[in-house]
Every structure is written in C-alpha cells, then in structure tokens.
Design a binder for this molecule. Structure first.
Ligand SMILES: Nc1ncnc2c1ncn2[C@@H]1O[C@H](COP(=O)(O)OP(=O)(O)OP(=O)(O)O)[C@@H](O)[C@H]1O
Ligand SMILES: [Mg+2]
Length: 232
C-alpha cells in the first residue's frame, strides 16, 4: 500500500507540497495528475527516498530493492548498448542477464538490444527506461510521465505493458498530464495543483463531474473549473 499523510516539502522559502494525503491500494494503478510544476516528481522523489519531506509520513509497502522507478530524465548510460545498460542493473540486483533480454522483449526493444543509447529515439529511450524499471519484477513501480512525448502507437504499447504489470501483481503509481491516459489506466486518481490535492476519485466519476457527458475532459478544463484560474 502506498500512502502519504500530510506531507509538506519546502525548497528554501518555497512550499511545494502543502499537506499531501492519499492512499493507493495494492496491485492497482494509481494516477497522480497535475500541470507542470504541481509537485508530481517531488512526490515520487519522496516516496522513493531521494528527497526527505519536511513534515508528514509515508509508506510504500516495499523495501528499496522491491521498488522500480522510471523518472522523466532517463539516467541511462549513453555509450552503452540497451542490453549493457540493463545488465549493469541486473548485476546490481544480483539477477540473471536473462532478465535483461526478457525486459527488452517486454518493451519491444529486442531488435535494438545492441544499439547504444545515443542511437535511440526518444520513444526508444523511454521504453529502455521502463525496461530498467521493471527488470527485477518490482512489487511497487513508480512511473513519472511514462508516455510524455511519445507517439500514440508507442504510448498504447506502454499502456498495455503497464496494465500487464498491474495484472501480474505490481502496484503502480504513475504521474501524467493526460486525463485520457488516467481514464484508460487508473482505478483511482488524485489531482494535484500547486502542491495541494484538489480532487480524488475514480477517473470516470471525475470525468462525469467536470466533463461533458461521455467525453473525457482535458485536464486543463478540469483545473480551471476546480481552481478558477487558467494554467500558465
Ligand atoms: N531541487 C529543487 N530546488 C528548488 N525547487 C525545486 C526543486 N525541485 C523542484 N522544485 C520546484 O518544486 C515545484 C514542483 O516541481 P516538480 O518537479 O515536483 O513538479 P512536476 O509536477 O513534476 O512538474 P512537471 O510536470 O513539469 O514534471 C516546482 O515549482 C519546482 O520549481
Ligand atoms: Mg515532473
């Protein structure tokens, strides 16, 4: 279970999270939605122990090596091939290199196994980051904007993979700017605006509340209705 309770985070004099509370159930896909600068990556960084909160508590139900993380900056080794990148992590986790092949296959990168990261397109790099995050079959997976900047077909492939991982038993916490993506994937979403959760619930309920009947409202119009201000 991934849980945050009244988390406050400041950078200098700037408060970027002001009492964030939510609960994500095990083995389901939870979506954190919000515009740029809302505090989504900061929340993932706190949940994965890369940043320390100023106030509040959290739990993820997973030990560090049971967690997978895909951040928006990819952090891959540019001069190593896809396979070598994954093997470095397989060695760190103490798992067989066979898992690297498996992960590449799962993200559709088998053909690119011997290409260096420098030779990959953005979508391919993104898929390699995902392969690295799922390499050790983590119990809890954090995905920071897993499909941002991808073409619709590649994004659909990643959606399918995320669903499969969830069905195989991983708890998934993802961030997105995209309401459509949340509707397709998530059982529950929280909308974050300037470090405050302004709405939570099932995506369908939120669409019904803020959108026209049977259409998915875009995230911006939901936020305008919620906060009365246009996003920058
Ligand atoms: N290390 C840092 N030092 C100072 N301010 C920071 C730091 N990291 C983030 N911030 C600020 O905290 C706020 C939230 O940033 P964060 O990266 O969590 O937003 P985000 O919702 O992930 O945005 P995006 O959708 O653009 O990725 C922003 O105002 C950002 O400028
Ligand atoms: Mg971010």
């Amino acid at each position: 279970m991934i849980k945050m309770n009244s988390i406050v985070k400041c950078f200098g004099s700037k408060t970027v999270l002001s009492g964030v509370t939510f609960e994500a159930k095990e083995n389901r896909i939870f979506g954190l939605l919000g515009p740029s600068g809302a505090g989504k990556t900061t929340i993932i960084n706190i949940l994965t122990g890369q940043l320390t909160q100023d106030e509040g508590t959290f739990e993820t139900g997973a030990k560090p090596f049971e967690t997978g993380l895909m951040l928006d900056e990819d952090g891959l080794y540019p001069r190593l091939t896809c396979l070598q990148n994954l093997n470095v992590f397989a060695d760190i986790y103490g798992i067989s290199h066979e898992k690297s092949h498996e992960a590449l296959k799962n993200v559709g990168l088998t053909e690119a196994a011997k290409k260096t990261v420098l030779e990959l397109s953005k979508g391919m790099r993104q898929r390699l980051s995902l392969a690295r995050a799922i390499l050790h079959s983590p119990k809890v997976l954090f995905l920071d904007e897993p499909t941002s900047g991808l073409d619709p077909a590649t994004a659909r492939g990643i959606h399918k993979l995320i669903k499969n991982l969830s069905e195989a038993g991983s708890a998934i916490f993802l961030t997105t700017h995209n309401m459509d993506e949340a509707v397709k994937l998530c059982y529950h979403v929280a909308l974050l605006h300037q470090g405050v959760i302004v709405e939570q619930g099932e995506p369908a309920q939120i669409c019904e509340k803020y959108g026209a009947i049977k259409t998915v409202p875009d995230l911006e119009s939901v936020f305008i209705k919620l906060t009365g201000v246009e996003l920058e």
